[in-house]
Design a protein around this ligand. Structure first.
Ligand SMILES: C[S@@+](CC[C@H](N)C(=O)[O-])C[C@H]1O[C@@H](n2cnc3c(N)ncnc32)[C@H](O)[C@@H]1O
Length: 229
């Protein structure tokens, strides 16, 4: 059976892509990637996902509004969900590109941006397949609130290749994710993994616990700040 590479929105609907095999539901359950996609689709389709409306990372606010704030430039919101980070950045004069593989989330992001009267460029894309020519290059700020921590090893490899290719020199990459732990949900990552994966092109400037982002006190979110060499 061929695994569909089309950007179907609803993995349960066979009609979403008839070209690639008889049962997308079967594919969803046999491919980790498709299962991941299915879970996100269910979260967005049936209600409010648990991460919706979480506070922005404290470090992001410092970088944007603090005494040594970054000058506004090109920003990328990786796995933007319904766009809260993108809207925050666009309100502060950043030129924002936002992508997510869930169109249902992007539709909400566009509606929220419209209501906030800000402009953001949105794309439906899978970070593990996206190319620099599709998303653009020269981003001074790349923000990831909760995408990388859910990817497989191969997905993480592709992610590092992409962000390294599209970042401007001295760009800032801010990653927010859970620590590695057995849980229902994302697998997470720890500092040694971040250091190892980004060693070739990035300097890890620091990381800190940001408990406000997680709704579970026993499972806090950590924020990593990296600079492109
Ligand atoms: C935990 S949510 C966080 C959403 C948003 N960043 C926020 O802070 O509210 C992770 C987001 O990443 C998206 N995502 C997960 N894997 C992805 C992939 N491989 N490519 C693109 N988006 C992905 C999901 O659809 C979801 O919107």
């Amino acid at each position: 059976m061929t695994v569909c590479s089309h950007r179907m929105e609803n993995p349960l609907r066979r009609s979403a892509c008839l070209e690639h095999g008889p049962s997308l539901l079967c594919v969803a359950y046999t491919s980790g990637m498709q299962f991941n996609r299915l879970m996100f689709w269910l979260f967005y389709r049936f209600g409010t996902p648990p991460w919706e409306g979480h506070p922005l990372p404290e470090r992001l606010r410092e970088l944007i509004e603090g005494p040594s704030a970054l000058p506004p430039g090109k920003a990328l919101d990786v796995g933007c969900g319904t766009g809260d980070t993108s809207i925050y950045l666009a309100r502060r004069a950043w030129d924002v590109t936002a992508f997510d593989f869930m169109n249902v989330a992007l539709k909400r992001a566009r509606a929220k941006a419209g209501a906030a009267a800000v402009s953001i460029r949105t794309m439906q894309a899978d970070v593990t397949r996206l190319t620099p020519s599709e998303v653009g290059v020269g981003f001074q700020l790349i923000v990831d609130n909760g995408l990388l921590h859910g990817l497989s090893d191969a997905g993480r490899d592709a992610y590092v290749r992409l962000v390294s290719a599209i970042a401007a020199p001295n760009a800032t990459l801010l990653l927010a994710g859970f620590a590695e732990k057995k849980r229902r949900g994302p697998r997470g990552y720890d500092r040694p993994e971040v250091e190892r994966r980004f060693a070739a092109g990035w300097e890890l400037l620091g990381h800190r616990k940001d408990p406000a982002i997680s709704s579970r006190p026993d499972d806090p979110v950590y924020v990593y700040e990296l600079r492109r060499r």
